[in-house]
Design a protein around this ligand. Structure first.
Ligand code: GFB
Length: 310
């Protein structure tokens, strides 16, 4: 990307979008186009068309999405499907109409079949049934990959798709009903420590395995791929290592200094038993994660430890 290129990061106030902006500012970019969701509803085809006509972005990072943890995905099934399909269809189609030079679409590791072999290779897409708790979100994200590939095949658009593993970092969502596990456990364990509680409760059995990537690493990878990668299909972005939810709770307890018991709530769903990315494709093009999990959690803990949580 040229240093004076007009860059639109859809979803710039979210955890991923804000990390992308931080990264590109550090790389010397400044010609960003900003729109808050209150000013531009990406679900509206006309609004997206008017926006592209006015602002004419050269490059687009599609980080806007309806997102959430296992509970939100499972409950708001209509919005997770509808909002994400509309956002992707409008932004990708309009990027084609306006001859955007390159677009990067952000998906998710939940696109892979629930019982796919581990680690998850890009080739496992559409080889089996999806995990039910996040099927609507996964279907929408699979549609996004296929849109990028279809516009590339039919019209020669340089649209690429990346699939991040579970993310954490600055600007995460700490609402206990909507959030992912890592921010939820940070909040619960910090609160338990502050209240001298004897125990803290984690959802499910604690046995599922998840892989966690600091969002600054994700932003570095996205920037790297935007500069170097021009292929159809998808690229996994992760660390290549995973941890059980129980061990994650123990790691966070150690960082926070909480010594109470960690209890399970079996009434809550476990979701996919394991989601570990195969990152050999990413390694082959020259990128590797830099922030170890414990260090990343410590960085986030330092940012949120004084939050006014009850
Ligand atoms: O991060 P998470 O909500 O989503 O949950 P997924 C991961 C695991 O942590 C599940 C357990 O087994 C949860 O039951 N868990 C334990 C908790 N305690 C908690 C808690 O307090 N809050 C939460 N949220 N979980 C999402 C998908 O799946 O991952 C999305 O629903 C997306 O579509 C995202 O792909 C990255 O990893 O199961």
């Amino acid at each position: 990307m040229e240093k004076d290129a007009r860059i639109y990061v859809a979803g710039h106030r979210g955890m991923v979008g804000s990390a992308l902006i931080r990264k590109m500012k550090a790389e010397g970019y400044s010609n960003f186009i900003f729109r808050n969701s209150g000013d531009l509803d990406l679900r509206s085809q006309q609004a997206v068309r008017d926006f592209f006509s006015l602002e004419k972005p050269d490059y687009v990072f599609l980080a806007a999405a309806k997102v959430g943890g296992i509970h939100a995905n499972n409950v708001y099934r209509a919005e997770f499907l509808y909002d994400n399909l509309m956002i992707e269809s409008n932004v990708i189609h309009t990027a084609y109409e306006h001859k955007v030079k390159k677009l990067l679409f952000l998906g998710s590791s939940c696109i892979y079949p629930k019982m796919a072999p581990q680690p998850l290779k890009e080739d496992y897409l559409l080889t089996g049934p999806l995990e039910d708790t996040n099927e609507p979100y996964a279907i929408a994200k699979i549609a996004g990959i296929k849109l990028c590939d279809a516009y590339r095949a039919q019209y020669g658009c340089n649209f690429i798709s990346v699939m991040p593993t579970n993310l954490f970092g600055p600007n995460d969502n700490y609402d206990l009903h909507g959030s992912h596990v890592l921010p939820a456990l940070l909040r619960k364990i910090i609160t338990a420590k502050n209240q001298n509680a004897d125990s803290v409760e984690i959802w499910g059995s604690g046995k599922p395995l998840r892989e966690f990537l600091h969002v600054d690493d994700l932003a570095n990878a996205c920037y790297y791929l935007m500069e170097t990668y021009n292929e159809p299909g998808l690229v996994n972005i992760g660390t290549g290592t995973d941890i059980s939810i129980m061990d994650l709770a123990k790691m966070i307890s150690k960082i926070v200094g909480f010594e109470g018991e960690i209890k399970n709530d079996p009434s809550k769903p476990d979701g996919t038993p394991r989601k570990l990315m195969d990152v050999s494709k990413l390694a082959a093009v020259g990128w590797k994660a830099q922030i170890p999990l414990e260090q990343g959690i410590q960085m986030v803990y330092d940012e949120v430890k004084d939050s006014d949580w009850k």
